[in-house]
Design a binder for this molecule. Sequence first.
Ligand SMILES: *[C@@H]1O[C@H](CO)[C@@H](O)[C@H](O)[C@H]1NC(C)=O
Ligand SMILES: *[C@@H]1O[C@H](CO)[C@@H](O)[C@H](O)[C@H]1NC(C)=O
Ligand SMILES: *[C@@H]1O[C@H](CO)[C@@H](O)[C@H](O)[C@H]1NC(C)=O
Length: 390
Amino acid sequence: MIFRFFDSFFLLFLLFFIRFASLQAFTGTYGINYGRLADNIPSPDEVVTLLRAAKIRNVRIYDADHSVLKAFSGTGLEIVIGVTNGQLQDMSSNADHALNWVKDNVQAFLPETRIRGIAIGNEVLGGSNTALYGVLLDAAKNIYNATKKLHIDKLIQITTSNSYAVFQDSYPPSSCKFNVNFIQYIKPLLEFFQQIGSPFCLNAYPSLTYMGNPKDIDINYALFQPNKGIDDPKFKLHYDNLLDAQIDAAYAALEDAGFHKMEIIITETGWASAGDQNETGANVTNARTYNYNLRKRLAKKKGTPHRPKNVLKAYIFAIFNENSKDGPTSERNYGLFKADGSISYNIGFHGLNAGGSSHLSIKDINTHGLSRSYTITLILCLSALILMIF
Ligand SMILES: *[C@@H]1O[C@H](CO)[C@@H](O)[C@H](O)[C@H]1NC(C)=O
Ligand SMILES: *[C@@H]1O[C@H](CO)[C@@H](O)[C@H](O)[C@H]1NC(C)=O
Ligand SMILES: *[C@@H]1O[C@H](CO)[C@@H](O)[C@H](O)[C@H]1NC(C)=O
């Protein structure tokens, strides 16, 4: 009897240990993209101050900027860096260049700077540069092999972020598939990511879906506000918000392609606080509502209707409004913060130099650190119990 008891606790302990020790580029559920296409945003050191005050621990940048990697050293912030689309060709055709890139931009900063992942290109498949479709996989393999050679492959997760353009038939979610035009590139890429235990990374923008079809989509559905929602007859599930529906559509496409176990992480989502005349819904009221409700949604640490056990993790786009981006006005207005470091709207974060001026307190939201300390406590308790049994 005692042995039974011991065995099950030991098993539990082991399971927790394995879970804790497995490759994870994400702590908690809330992260943020640190886009830097601007000539007027705060310095990396100020960004560290801002992120620590906001208790945001997971950060992504789109390159491997050394001033950022230095500023993040010793801060405890966990960062995913990027191989840019412009570097893919070189990384795919030259394994030595890939090795040197990883030495110079990753190994050189470890362990003080907690680099936890490398994103290989951004929104390559379905993007306008079709020449890159065929080189993405080899670039990923060469970078992965480089991390293996340097014995940091257990620390660094290799991924690539996909836009919604890789899918077709995403309504209702259960009918979603990968676009036939890209499936020849996607399948081998997913096989590789499955083999190395990487998640499927998705950039999902309910705001853009709404903008493309404001007559048929209830804006409350896109904003996590009370609404009728939609029913998925095949899944036999109800969706009350568009982001969950988009994620489950992506799960359906993965299943259709034979990848039943792969987890999805949202590497970008957000809502612009300003836009052009024809960019319906891009305004500060909606941006605040989306980002406030998204923060609450993530703090619940829940999965989606189709994958309730896969706790949703997302990186918000983005920290700052970026004045050097081209495209429509919305592109320059995704920031939770303005270029001067003040908040764009109040969702409970403080701006730089704001000195606690926020009137909003969202107790249920300030729990990013909780899950980890909870896990540690549980492990400690279990160890104590096991020792006691001995
Ligand atoms: C990566 O390394 C493995 C063995 O270590 C090798 O078989 C494979 O060809 C390498 N891949 C590339 C793209 O260099
Ligand atoms: C808004 O108008 C511009 C210029 O005509 C066009 O390029 C863009 O696609 C439009 N955007 C939307 C969301 O309709
Ligand atoms: C923002 O857009 C919504 C429609 O999506 C509209 O109802 C609301 O009045 C707008 N708010 C502002 C401040 O423009």
